[in-house]
Design a protein. Structure first.
Lengths: 108, 108
DNA sequence: AAAAAAGATAGCCACTTGGCTAAGTATCTT
DNA sequence: AAGATACTTAGCCAAGTGGCTATCTTTTTT
């Protein structure tokens, strides 16, 4: 039962990788640009990138000698949805079934 | 610059720990009950719990020989907010400054 | 007072992670 | 054709993670 959420959360549990995501929300970028602000060796940075890509949070294509990376929206939505669902419950909101039940008992 | 988000995401990057969070949204519970559905030794499970508590996603007090665990809402909200912020940008929505700029250039 | 219940602590292990350097492979530029 | 650019690959390492068993300690229960 290894959920995709595992890899999503794991991929986001690192400041370097979150910074990459943040930058990519402004549009695709080549590896070099993404690497520039991070004070670490390129191979180290590439490991972060490939972890993001393995998780499916990011995709990339190579054009010439440059690799262009772009964000993948859907997974982040999934993570957000999981969190939202938990919040709905702990905030005491009713889920659909409970709403329906409440409605039915109202009209009786 | 080690953000709290690091530990939040890391703590949530495991199905056992997310299951605990899910269960706790329905209210506080003792360690035994939280452990029951998970097929692993208690000490192993306790490590997961203490990781959740170290991250601040959960708190607990001991009453007699039982430890009652309850969820902490604020951190999950923070995680959700970070994700929401990213989505706002990649969906092409404008942030406050940009809205302001747009407004100003409209009225000129 | 003894036994059972509920955790806590200690210590071991295989595997992953995040960092590095060194060296290789393409693809432009000059 | 040579040199510079932009990655890529390989291999090493220390620290962290998730799992286990065995052994306490502390409350209840009987």
């Amino acid at each position: 039962m290894t959920n995709y959420l595992d890899t999503y959360f794991a991929a986001l549990a690192d400041p370097t990788r979150r910074a990459v995501i943040e930058k990519l929300t402004n549009g695709p970028a080549p590896v070099k640009d993404l690497h520039a602000p991070h004070d670490m060796a390129l191979p180290t940075f590439l490991k972060h990138l490939s972890k993001l890509e393995a998780a499916g949070l990011v995709r990339s294509e190579k054009k010439g000698r440059v690799r262009i990376v772009h964000i993948e929206a859907a997974p982040l939505k999934e993570v957000e949805d999981w969190l939202g669902k938990q919040r709905d419950i702990w905030e005491g909101r009713l889920d659909r079934l409970e709403r329906l039940a409440a409605k039915l008992s109202d009209t009786k």
